[in-house]
Write a protein that binds this ligand. Structure first.
Ligand code: HEM
Length: 472
């Protein structure tokens, strides 16, 4: 598509074989237009928009912290955060008020990232945190694809606010890192080792990996404590994890709840699996904490999450074409140049295409993802976390936290979407309430009122208004 003068020509990718060509056979560099967006959220050198040796270095250093085996050690921390979320929902149930589920789910996922990445209490489920407030304001100060939002980039107040927010985020995370690694330096200088075992956060494993790399590179044995290169990169990557990991996952939690409520047979089946595998609801958090591997037995729950991500993928992938590299049209065999193209792998379109998924393409059928049906899935067509070297580093974390929250949630509450009660939320102070345009005119897409909107990630419209009822 030629959209001159608004952007470079766009090559939209709607086909799994073509997606494989641009992300796996040859992983095209990330789209250059991501840099001016990510720089305000994460600072220079973030893992999402960087390429080449810089990207490879930091991806290698942070990979071990996101390995499924390491994440299992963090399950108790995640479960504690989920318990706070459950208590908040019980409060909503008592008042029978309409609320935006996405707001609560986002606070949950932010606090989980704080715990697993930094071992720090961000506490947004219980109040405000200056760094997260700055971060969330920042996402609203960037273009979101709506008409004229690019003008936001040039308004003087926007420029000042973005600079201020960046400074707040940097100094907050920098402070947490300084405190954490000061201990290490003190111990190296002879201070007594603390007896209390701390959980090893993702950043601890990254620090170890960084020091190993320095030594392998022939540099002298790394000194204890934190150095400037690691600190700057860790701040950028942790900001990236907050950006890439919080609303993608909260959006998935919201849509899983929504799709289950719309499909009562699936809801009944998932609740039964939770009874069978985890036992009574009240002891479920403890059962999960005692034996995190029990979560691997929740096959149907995993299938529900995969099916949710098929219908409601929270992200997509954008790349920059390269001179001399062509893609081959899978149907005609024609070689197409890519130089100067924005290559956009569109997950939503591929995940709902009847030519790929058959007649059931747009219906919610988690069974297709059960192990016994694995052989019938269209090859390479499910890619919500993208594939190839630039796939999502946080995918196991996202699946893990969504599984835990569903296991603790679905037997305790029933949900009812409340798009018909948006009026009650018009003064709730949220970003949604400030933009009355989103409530004028047509209120559905193809008959779906909970359609996705672009706000950093693809999120449920109006923050998924619901009412919740406690079943106990
Ligand atoms: C359901 C939740 C999630 C979805 C659907 C999702 C989706 C994706 C997708 C599609 C990409 C590739 C983007 C591209 O090619 O441009 C990606 C990359 C990435 N994601 Fe996720 N993500 C999720 C959760 C998370 C979490 C929890 C984290 C971290 C805490 C995370 C961190 C990242 C990072 C750092 C990258 C860049 C990786 C690289 O380029 O090496 N994501 N994600």
């Amino acid at each position: 598509m030629d959209v001159w003068p608004f952007s470079e020509p766009i090559l939209y990718v709607f086909d799994p074989a073509l997606s494989q060509q641009v992300t796996q056979d040859h992983s095209y560099p990330k789209y250059r237009g991501l840099i001016p967006f990510m720089i305000h959220l994460a600072g220079p050198g973030d893992m999402v928009s960087s390429n080449g040796a810089h990207w490879k270095k930091w991806r290698t250093i942070f990979n071990p912290g996101f390995a499924a085996s390491h994440l299992m050690t963090l399950v108790p921390l995640i479960t504690d955060e989920c318990q706070i979320f459950i208590r908040k929902l019980a409060g909503h149930a008592q008042t029978n008020e309409v609320f935006r589920l996405e707001e609560d789910a986002t606070r949950l996922t932010v606090d989980i990232i704080g715990k697993v990445a930094l071992d720090t209490e961000l506490g947004t489920q219980n109040g405000e945190n200056e760094m997260i407030t700055a971060f969330r304001e920042q996402t609203h100060l960037l273009p979101n694809g709506g008409p004229l939002t690019f003008l936001k980039m040039w308004s003087p107040s926007g420029i000042v606010k973005r600079w201020r927010n960046s400074r707040i985020m940097r100094s907050y995370i920098g402070g947490v890192l300084d405190q954490r690694f000061a201990k290490e330096a003190q111990v190296a200088n002879g201070a007594p080792v603390e007896r209390k075992q701390r959980k090893r956060a993702i950043v601890d494993l990254a620090m170890e990996g960084y020091k190993d790399q320095q030594e392998d590179g022939g540099q002298s044995k790394a000194s204890p404590g934190i150095n400037t290169e690691f600190k700057d990169a860790a701040i950028a990557q942790i900001r990236t994890f907050i950006f890439a990991g919080h609303d993608t996952t909260s959006s998935t939690i919201c849509y899983a709840v929504y799709m289950l409520q719309k499909n009562p047979a699936c809801l009944e089946r998932i609740r039964k699996e939770h009874d069978d595998v985890l036992g009574p609801l009240d002891s479920t958090p403890q059962v999960i904490k005692n034996d995190p591997h029990v979560l691997n037995k929740l096959e149907y729950t995993l299938a529900v999450i995969r099916e949710t991500l098929r219908l409601w993928p929270a992200a997509s992938s954008t790349r920059t074409g390269e001179p001399g590299f062509t893609v081959r049209d899978p149907k005609t065999g024609e070689a197409l140049p890519t130089d100067d193209y924005l290559i956009w792998v569109v997950h939503y379109a591929q995940h709902r295409d009847p030519d790929i998924w058959g007649e059931s393409a747009t219906s919610f059928q988690p069974e297709r993802f059960l192990p016994e049906n694995a052989g019938k899935l269209p090859e390479g067509a499910w890619r919500p976390f993208e594939k190839g070297p630039r796939n999502c580093i946080g995918q196991d974390l996202a699946l893990l936290e969504t599984k835990i929250i569903l296991a603790m949630l679905l037997r305790r509450f029933s949900f009812r979407p409340a798009f018909d009660s948006l009026e009650e939320l018009k003064d709730d102070g949220s970003h949604h309430s400030r933009d009355a345009d989103w409530r004028r005119g047509k209120q559905d897409i193809d008959g779906e009122e909970a359609y996705q909107i672009l706000l950093g990630a693809a999120k449920p419209r109006e923050g998924m208004p619901v009412r919740v009822k406690e079943l106990l």
